[in-house]
Design a protein around this ligand. Structure first.
Ligand code: ADP
Ligand code: MG
Length: 352
């Protein structure tokens, strides 16, 4: 459209073609420059503060019980208010820049329109153009203006979408810390013997290793308690068995199979874990109990609950096993629920 109208009008009146071509190019150039150099930086900053605000809110709300328990509502309010104030400043700056951009685009288009109309009137007064010519010029120009406005809108949309996706793309582009090796097989655990062989491990770039040339064997069926001061690596020991981190040296074997050579899914589906902090999904009790074994029958679920002495308590609930729990179990009545949560063996426990 742009090239066509410039050529067509320039054919009759070279100056008119030049005005339209130059002003349109200037408009597109201005739109792109403003979007990339002026809006994009403030928009990505505003987006990163959007994420921070989400994090601060999630923190304040999910730790609600602790906040109340220590009567620190005031402090948490102030903390949140600081984040919100910063978020608001950044958001507002981004919006203001967006508005300035829109206005600049509008003004440029208006200037273009004024130039075209004035020049058409000038041609008319010099008798170089008829009323029909003016009608042609104005019609072509209004069609062209619609397209230009679209160009502005598309550039703005692309820029906004790119900014919104930035963080996601960044996360997506991170390499996986723990990846299955190409020829990874399913692990076959029949007995459950665990061997740490000359394991060397440190977190990330930590200089000091947590384990140095560490070997230990846990025989099948053996019950082991790990004792040590806080920070001595007890939780890490369990995480290494689950292969949530790869060891830096040596190897860990379960039933003589190196866990770094098997698929993570097959390994972890064979391990039952009672987390330090018990979480429940916002689903029914039955679904939560059967989480490790989705196809479990009602009888199996009840059996698991009975083993945890939770069956009677659940049976007394109006909706029994269909009771919705979740948002971290807060919907279940306090005392009995927390006791139950720490006792219940999921079906995974029994299977392994
Ligand atoms: N994800 C992690 N990144 C870096 N260091 C960690 C991480 N998790 C734990 N650590 C560090 O490793 C050490 C052992 O932690 P952990 O195994 O949780 O100890 P324990 O369970 O015995 O209290 C601590 O010094 C802790 O700060
Ligand atoms: Mg621990």
């Amino acid at each position: 459209m742009l090239i066509g109208s410039s050529v067509l009008l320039g054919w009759h009146w070279p100056m008119m073609g030049l005005i339209i071509a130059c002003c349109s190019l200037a408009y597109v150039g201005l739109t792109i420059t403003l979007s990339l150099g002026y809006i994009a930086p403030s928009a990505s900053l505003a987006n990163s503060w959007d994420s921070r605000l989400g994090g601060a809110l999630a923190d304040a709300i999910s730790c609600n019980a602790v906040v109340k328990g220590f009567a620190t509502e005031q402090r948490e309010n102030e903390r949140l208010a600081t984040v919100i104030a910063k978020w608001r400043r950044r958001m507002r700056r981004s919006w203001v820049r967006g508005a300035i951009n829109g206005t600049t685009q509008g003004v440029t288009l208006l200037a273009l329109r004024v130039a075209v109309i004035c020049y058409a009137l000038l041609l008319c007064s010099r008798r170089q153009a008829t009323a029909g010519d003016i009608a042609l010029v104005l019609t072509s120009f209004f069609v062209l203006q619609g397209y230009l406005r679209d160009v502005g809108m598309h550039v703005r949309n692309v820029q906004r979408s790119v900014n919104d996706m930035e963080e996601l793309v960044y996360i997506q582009s991170q390499p996986l810390d723990i990846a299955d090796c190409p020829e990874a097989k399913q692990i076959r655990i029949t007995k459950g013997r665990i061997d740490f062989k000359n394991v060397h491990f440190h977190y990330g770039n930590d200089g000091l290793p947590l384990y140095r040339d560490f070997s230990v064997s846990i025989k099948a069926g053996e019950r082991v308690g790990l004792v040590g001061p806080s920070g001595s690596g007890k939780t890490t020991f369990v995480k290494l068995i689950q292969r949530l981190y790869d060891v830096n040296g040596g190897r860990i074997q379960i039933d003589e199979q190196d866990i770094s050579k098997v698929t993570q899914a097959s390994l972890r589906s064979q391990i039952a874990i009672v987390q330090q902090e018990c979480l429940l999904f916002h689903r029914s009790l039955a679904e939560n109990i059967a989480y490790g074994q989705p196809g479990a029958s009602q009888a199996e679920i009840e059996e698991a609950a009975q083993l945890a002495s939770a069956h009677e308590f659940i049976a007394r609930l109006p909706k029994g096993y269909g009771t919705l729990v979740g948002e971290r179990g807060v919907k279940l009545s306090g005392g009995s629920a927390s006791g139950w949560r720490s006792r219940v063996p999921s079906l995974r426990t029994r299977r392994s």
